[in-house]
Design a protein around this ligand. Structure first.
Ligand SMILES: C[S@@+](CC[C@H](N)C(=O)[O-])C[C@H]1O[C@@H](n2cnc3c(N)ncnc32)[C@H](O)[C@@H]1O
Length: 261
């Protein structure tokens, strides 16, 4: 199982892209990207983004574009929001005509933006993929690209204190791959942002078989570095620890609201 940790922590952009290309078609089958949970997350993001209809919005690492489409509908955005993602398969998985799709990694996209091109930027479940230099460059570029009252909202998860029914080796991979909120706050504050952090909690209840199926599908990149045999052993470990039927846990999402000052 050490192999998975090594693979995941040393994964480059190509390996990450391969992972998302592979999961794109079934991405919205997973609990965290559909139904009531997705609506809860949309409302939590809306509260923090404080969108106005005239805002120019980019969802960087936006995956399929479905989430930013939900934001557009709720806020009545008058221009198409932009979904930026390096994975062509993710960008092709949802066919919203009222979202503009850009195939790019975050740094290249941000580098190419003219000054004051955007009002709001969402970085949802993507910042853990950025290396240190990449993060610094993205923060600097976003500061230039945001207009006067510009805001970035980062949506990520805690490094510690997570209740997911993981197997032990997956928990190790999670901790190794998920920096704490301070790491991101430092990077934004070094580049002219003022940040506040809070954690939102959701009472998740997932049927054990559904959760085991999500892990078998490697729904998060946490599982991408395990061989088939390692994953099967991990799934069996979780099955042994949880009885059939609903499994309840508290889902915690870390929000960083970074205002350009
Ligand atoms: C967990 S998914 C989140 C997608 C979407 N934001 C959501 O919450 O549904 C992570 C996304 O980040 C993208 N990604 C990974 N590395 C990236 C990078 N360096 N720049 C931009 N996007 C990246 C992946 O292709 C993938 O679509």
């Amino acid at each position: 199982m050490r192999r998975a940790l090594t693979l995941l922590t040393k994964r480059g952009m190509a390996a990450t892209k391969t992972h998302y290309d592979r999961v794109a078609a079934s991405y919205h089958d997973a609990y965290f990207y559909s139904d009531a949970y997705e609506m809860w997350q949309r409302d939590e993001v809306l509260q923090r983004l404080e969108l106005r209809p005239h805002h120019r919005v980019a969802d960087v690492g936006g995956g399929t574009g479905r989430f930013v489409g939900l934001l557009k509908d709720a806020a009545g955005l008058s221009t198409k929001p932009i979904c930026v993602d390096p994975s062509a398969a993710m960008l092709e998985a949802c066919e919203r005509k009222d979202v503009a799709f850009v195939q790019s990694d975050a740094r290249a996209y941000v580098d190419g933006l003219p000054p004051k091109a955007l009002d709001r930027v969402l970085l949802k479940e993507v910042v853990h993929h950025f290396g240190d230099d990449e993060l610094a460059s993205i923060c600097a570029g976003l500061h230039k690209a945001l207009d006067g009252n510009g805001r970035v909202v980062v949506c990520t998860r805690p490094r510690d204190d997570v209740e997911y029914p993981f197997f032990e080796a997956a928990r190790d991979v999670w901790r190794a791959a998920q920096p704490s909120a301070d790491h991101f706050v430092d990077a934004f504050e070094k580049h002219g942002f003022s940040c506040r952090v809070d954690v939102a909690a959701y009472p998740a209840v997932i049927d054990r078989e559904v959760w085991l199926g999500m892990m078998r599908n490697r729904f998060w990149s946490t599982f991408a570095g395990f061989s088939d045999g390692e994953l099967a052993a991990g799934v069996a470990e979780v099955a042994a620890a949880h009885p059939p039927g609903p499994t309840a846990f508290e889902e915690r999402v870390v929000f960083i609201v970074a205002d350009a000052v």
